[in-house]
Design a binder for this molecule. Sequence first.
Ligand code: HEM
Length: 229
Amino acid sequence: MLVNDKYVPRHKMNFVLCHWLNGISFLMLFITALPLFTDQFQFLYTMFGTATLQNAHRFFAVVFIVTPIIGLLIAREGYAKMFNEVFSFGMDDIKFLIRFPMELLGMHPEGVPKQGFYNGGEKMNIALQMGIWCVMVASGLILWMGSGYLDNSVRAWFIPIHSIAAAIGFAAALAHIYLAVVMYPPSLHGMKDGTITAKYAKSHHGKWVDELVDDGEISQGELKKALGK
Ligand code: HEM
């Protein structure tokens, strides 16, 4: 059933909570590590104190590590959906990705296939961020806990691995934030109260909306009313 005759339920609130814990901890990890990337950001150490920033980095690392674990317990459905969607990458996703750059440039290319719960770009973002999570957590734990067990020359290898993963993840996160805030602001509603307008759902996730109608989760009548048809 639509919420207030207008909104399609999309994400459960526990999933929304995990998204923000993941997003905020990732961005804070990046900010607290900036002085390690380049001397230009040494002023952050002067401003907040080196030890404070280093402890904050470890604090947000713990939040970043435990969020998906908590997510699997309290937002199982949302996480399962992400896993399933990533592993169901098909022709419609490829066709979407080929036409997506034109859409970004404000053109409305012909032949964009209806997209499911996540579109081809979102699926790639999920896969990339999952990979980045694994590399950052593994390399970070080795750097954090490894002293005493591992030779310093071995640990040194994990510094560039950790930094490169962080840089790729940050670049992808910037693109993700740009798309959400600038290109598709109606998607943000889903990360606020878990619902998106029927209009946005139909135009961006048409295949998913068709499935909801087929499964009887929303009726054809209420959908038409919400779309003003
Ligand atoms: C303040 C910044 C952020 C905003 C405004 C934002 C916004 C959003 C929105 C609106 C969605 C829902 C998309 C949908 O329902 O189809 C979403 C999903 C998601 N977000 Fe974020 N997000 C932010 C930060 C981050 C960060 C930093 C990460 C990763 C490190 C991240 C990872 C994800 C993932 C993996 C998804 C699921 C699939 C996708 O849409 O790509 N987000 N985000």
